[in-house]
Design a protein around this ligand. Structure first.
Ligand SMILES: [Zn+2]
Length: 289
């Protein structure tokens, strides 16, 4: 990560405005330092698309964001009682999204590979598009004839409408074949564990600085030369597990109810006896009841 901007949500009136503003500030900063941006990978929000188009920057779309929306629509269709056959294909179609995006750098070839799936679902593996005339998988006869989608079926019509939709084809052309935003998403989710979005900016910033410093320490110093840190770590005393501090009591002793005795037994009050039993119960291993 080379840059991080924290933008105040409430001042800008919505998360998309905030994202656009953060993006603008980052790009301005890079450009003012003479760093040229070759292309950028983002989700497909129209406002960001418009902004990057106006700024003359090539944009690619993150595959996971695209696949998530598409899989949701397909899952909904597969829940229809007439379209159950689609259920078996959901995972393959999802894999096909990633494969179409990353197996070529050319936009038209991504589309050709993508559209071939509608044929493949019907057990047709040669295609009209010269950019992808034949499926890449080995030829083999399937023993499950019922798994294919039938020509003229409701399922095929619905699936085709989703997969070959004009907007989908436009987006497939621009799916990122190289970098994805998943590493950035992971970094955000790590930071959110320490600094929830609802916390004040300064509280959040303090935590960000702390996490940043911690990461720097781990990656730049501990990884480089772990020896001095191992020595220091060994000086830290580790407390024993609570249950190991007690002798293992017998099960009978633990489950036997206290005798209905006078106020004290051998000099110990009932309260003392009870607390001693509670301590023994707490120490008794949970898997041995
Ligand atoms: Zn095929």
């Amino acid at each position: 990560m080379i840059m991080l901007y924290s933008v105040v949500y409430s001042r800008l009136g919505g998360s998309y405005h905030m994202e656009k503003e953060g993006l603008k500030r980052c790009l301005d900063h890079l450009e003012s330092n003479d760093l040229a941006v070759e292309y950028i990978v983002t989700d497909r929000h129209p406002q960001i698309q418009k902004f990057l188009r106006e700024r003359n920057l090539e944009q690619f779309y993150d595959v996971w964001h695209f696949e998530k929306g598409l899989s949701k629509k397909l899952l909904k269709v597969s829940q229809n009682k007439d379209c159950k056959v689609l259920k078996k294909w959901l995972c393959s179609i999802k894999n096909h999204v990633y494969w179409s995006a990353t197996s070529t750098t050319s936009g038209p070839e991504k589309v050709a590979r993508w559209t071939s799936v509608v044929n493949h679902l019907q057990n047709i593996h040669v295609h009209d598009d010269p950019l992808f005339p034949k499926c890449s998988h080995p030829e083999r006869a399937s023993s499950h004839a019922n798994k294919w989608l039938k020509l003229g079926s409701i399922t095929l019509a619905k699936v085709e409408r989703i997969l070959n939709n004009k907007r989908v084809l436009k987006d497939v052309r621009k799916l990122s074949h190289h970098y994805q935003t998943s590493s950035l998403e992971s970094s955000h989710s790590l930071i959110l564990r320490f600094a929830p979005r609802t916390q004040s900016l300064f509280g959040g910033m303090r935590v960000l600085l702390y996490v940043g410093e911690l990461m720097r320490l781990v990656f730049e110093e501990v990884f480089e030369d772990p020896a001095p840190f191992v020595e220091e770590m060994n000086t830290i005393s580790i407390p024993k597990d609570l249950s190991t501090q007690f002798d293992r009591p017998s099960k009978e002793e633990v489950v036997t109810p206290p005798a209905m005795s006078p106020v004290s037994v051998k000099g110990r009050s009932e309260a003392n006896l009870l607390s001693s039993r509670i301590r023994k119960l707490l120490a008794y291993p949970a898997d041995n009841t």
